[in-house]
Design a protein around this ligand. Structure first.
Ligand code: FPP
Length: 234
């Protein structure tokens, strides 16, 4: 029997730069194409019955890229999230963000807060956008939250378990069932390390701007046909 539709899917959206370079375009054209693709593919995935979709939009390490590329992406986030408020609400998608604040601009953080607030009652699915995000940083930040609560006598050490730890991550989401990375790279790259513990991993050579509905269906088919033994010591 096939596995059911995964509850939580993660996507490392890689290959925008290569997609553009192969077409003789500047890298930012690849990010723009990735953004356009994301809107379509994310809706498709959520309307297929996946309840949570986490995407890697910008890692803490991505700040090391050229100023031009970082500025382009920050502008894309500002205009995209600002412009797309109704798109998400009309499609009943609740948007949440994961990551650290600094050094994001006040303008972008305000736009992110507004989008979260504007979509907070949406029910069709949750889109978790990891922006200025690092998986180790998330575990460190969760540990600090816990340490503070314990220090203030608001949490008993015995109540910290593998299951309750999720509550202290940037967003309290269930574990990831299926992780997809596009563009042929076979790495996790510090993405949602705690949540990925028992995830099935699917790597596709397709660059993200070409990751369409058919490509997702192929990943889903692979996942659904696997012999999944979650939590087993095998
Ligand atoms: C990795 O491709 C992609 C990124 C660092 C940015 C991902 C962002 C988007 C798809 C836009 C999403 C937009 C919103 C609003 C969430 P790469 O540049 O590392 O590609 P390369 O490995 O071929 O150079």
């Amino acid at each position: 029997m096939k596995n059911s539709i995964p509850t939580h899917v993660g996507i490392i959206m890689d290959g925008n730069g290569r997609w553009a370079t192969r077409r003789g375009l500047v890298r930012s054209a690849g990010h723009q194409a990735g953004y356009d693709r994301l809107k379509k593919t994310a809706l498709y995935i959520l309307h297929k019955g996946v309840k949570y979709l986490s995407i890697f939009a910008f890692s803490t390490e991505n700040f090391k890229r050229s100023k031009e590329e970082v500025d382009f992406l920050m502008n894309l986030f500002c205009t995209g999230f600002g412009k797309e408020k109704d798109f998400f609400r009309e499609n009943d998608v609740k948007v949440v963000f994961s990551g650290r604040d600094k050094p994001l601009s006040k303008k972008l953080m305000k736009i992110m807060d507004e989008l979260e607030d504007y979509t907070k009652d949406c029910k069709a699915g949750i889109l978790n956008i990891c922006l200025n995000y690092g998986g180790q940083a998330e575990i460190v930040d969760a540990s600090k939250k816990i340490a503070l609560l314990v220090k203030e006598d608001k949490l008993n050490i015995e109540d910290i378990t593998e299951e309750t730890f999720y509550k202290y991550l940037y967003n309290d989401l269930p574990p990831i069932d299926l992780l997809i990375r596009t563009s042929g790279e076979i790495r996790i790259s510090n993405f949602m390390l705690y949540s990925l513990s028992y995830a099935e991993l699917v790597f596709t050579s397709t660059c993200f701007p070409d990751f369409d509905e058919k490509e997702f269906d192929a990943c889903l088919e692979d996942y659904q046909n696997r012999n999944i033994t979650k939590g087993s010591v095998k």
